[in-house]
Design a protein. Structure first.
Length: 264
């Protein structure tokens, strides 16, 4: 009998109330993630990608369904799940090193242990020379690398990444793809990566899931059986991305037609 998935969403739904009425962000979503998997999720704007991440992080609770992590229900935030947002949200009054050691310090880890671990992680993201720098002295890509090191300093089981490279230029984004891939290979962490960039998803993921343009359900899965390390210009990568992009466009058209009928 095969082992149960490490992370599971079972019939999960989430509805938000607004002045315009009820908005269904996630509808009857089912998801199974292996431990150590790099999974990417794509979808159009407003399809519920960020809500999905917030549900798994425990920042919001589902209205229906269950979220299980290693067989245990997710009931709220926890250090086993770290979220990395598009904006790094670093503490500007702390140095790079102090940003990375902040979480372990709050958990009572000794100064020597947390500093040693922080320096190891800064080495992994190529920021050793900047440990005493202030946040405002760093580029956008460097800040995201600090955010990644800070998240890993708490030794989470899973990294939840919400379009972390969307605001970066193409060259910096490509460099961070390589660094994130190497970190994943070195640490074996489970990564759930949300993006609207289809080629980025194929560049990074072992699987790519497409979300519905309305209602936040998963409608299609694409295995990515390409060798590492990948490049955005690889012919086979571009072919897979083209298929996903076409399906995404068709999904947006389908939902637009349905809305047009509903309003007609």
């Amino acid at each position: 009998m095969p082992p149960l998935p490490w992370l599971q969403l079972i019939g999960v739904s989430k509805v938000f109330l607004s002045q315009a009425g009820a908005i269904t962000a996630i509808s009857d979503a089912n998801l199974a993630v292996r431990k150590g998997e790099f999974l990417c999720v794509v979808g159009s704007s407003g399809c519920g990608k960020s809500t999905l991440l917030n549900l798994i992080a425990g920042l919001v609770s589902p209205d229906r369904g269950r979220i299980l992590l290693d067989g245990e229900p997710v009931k709220g935030p926890g250090p086993d799940r770290m979220v990395i947002f598009q904006e790094p949200a670093l503490f500007p009054w702390l140095s790079v090193l102090d940003n990375v050691t902040f979480g372990p310090k709050m958990r009572g880890v000794s100064n020597a242990e947390r500093t040693g671990r922080a320096r190891e992680l800064l080495g992994m993201v190529h920021l050793t020379a900047f440990e005493n720098a202030w946040v405002h002295e760093l580029s956008g890509g460097m800040r995201q690398r600090v955010a990644l090191a800070r998240a890993l300093a708490l030794e989470p089981e899973i990294l939840l990444m919400d379009e972390p490279f969307a605001a970066l230029d193409a060259q910096t984004r490509d460099m961070l793809h390589e660094e994130l891939e190497l970190l994943w290979q070195k640490t074996g962490k489970t990564i759930l990566f949300i993006t609207h960039n289809v080629r980025e998803a194929v560049r990074l993921g072992e699987r790519v899931l497409l979300m519905s343009a309305a209602g936040g359900a998963f409608i299609k899965e694409y295995p990515v059986d390409l060798p590492r390390n990948r490049h955005l210009e690889d012919v086979e990568l571009v072919k897979i991305a083209s298929v996903i992009r076409d399906d995404l466009k068709e999904e947006v058209r389908r939902v637009s037609r349905l809305k047009g009928y509903a309003n007609g």
